[in-house]
Design a protein around this ligand. Structure first.
Ligand code: ATP
Ligand code: MG
Length: 264
């Protein structure tokens, strides 16, 4: 069971000077305290793919880190499958916004990082399958510093997918990928999601990624992030903006919402 409930979640990063008495007291937001998330409520169904959009610095990564258990809310709570999140869990896998590869491990060792509990033969197969999936066969014995930024991203994705997690949390997983690889990985992730139907939460800056991949999108306001729009995407797949005027209209609406006056 891996539906997610984010309930009345607020997060304030505390500065050096003071502890807040109340999150909404303006005096507490001056000084070094920063209110990042303000009363966020989202329910993510089991097996759903939710894409989160919002301006840079609004608090998207902070929200994901709280869902993954790496950080704690100032108020409110997150439940994964009815259990409150109290710390990182092997069932929830997080793909970080910036590379989280271990530099002293090869590609194959990085991809196999979480597979120690799996029988050696099966682990070997899973590592190989996922390296092939991200088209890095031949690079198994390379170290991260010998790869391009885009290749490192693909190793990270392979590592996350190889674990077959209940909940996959992805923070801009395609950043740093070239256009063609981005398109391919997007398709791979959509196909994989259709197949395994695991719960996925993805933050992206790419409005098209969100509209093409998501079962639902959530748009945040600028900091402190509040939920500005939640929209279910019932469009058939594969999704195509040209053939689907309603999808195109929604795209323009979100561009406007994010402060861009026209859809580019
Ligand atoms: N550990 C921290 N301590 C203090 N402030 C922090 C910390 N982490 C993030 N912040 C602040 O919280 C705000 C939100 O940061 P966050 O990384 O969540 O934004 P984001 O929406 O993911 O932005 P981007 O789209 O650029 O990745 C920023 O103002 C940032 O400076
Ligand atoms: Mg971020």
């Amino acid at each position: 069971m891996s539906h997610i409930r984010i309930e009345n979640l607020s997060k304030m990063y505390l500065g050096r000077r003071s502890k807040p008495r109340s999150l909404h007291d303006p005096a507490e937001q001056s000084g070094d305290n920063v209110l990042v998330l303000d009363d966020v409520n989202i329910v993510i169904e089991e097996g759903e793919m939710v894409c989160i959009l919002g301006p840079s610095g609004c608090g998207k990564s902070t929200l994901l880190r709280i869902v993954a258990g790496f950080e704690f809310p100032s108020s409110g709570a997150v439940f994964v499958g009815n259990q409150p999140v109290r710390g990182p869990s092997a069932q929830s896998i997080f793909v970080f916004q910036h590379s989280g590869l271990f530099p002293w491990m090869t590609v194959a060792q990085n991809v196999g990082l979480g597979l120690r509990h799996v029988k050696a033969e099966e682990a070997k197969q899973r590592i190989q399958d996922h390296i092939e999936m991200v088209e890095l066969d031949g690079f198994e014995d390379y170290y991260p510093h010998q790869l391009s930024g885009g290749m490192q991203r693909r190793v990270e994705l392979a590592r996350a997918l190889a674990l077959n997690p209940e909940l996959l949390i992805m923070d801009e997983p395609f950043s740093g990928l070239d256009f063609l690889t981005h398109m391919k990985m997007r398709e791979e992730v959509v196909n994989m999601h259709e197949f395994i139907r695991k719960t996925m939460v993805m933050v992206t800056h790419d409005i098209d990624d969100a509209l093409i991949m998501g079962d639902r999108i959530v748009v945040f306001s600028g900091r402190p992030a509040t939920v500005k729009l939640v929209h279910k995407l019932d469009f058939p797949r594969p999704r195509d903006f040209e053939r689907n005027p309603e999808l195109s209209r929604l795209r323009s609406e979100i561009f406007l919402m994010l402060g861009v006056p026209y859809a580019v």
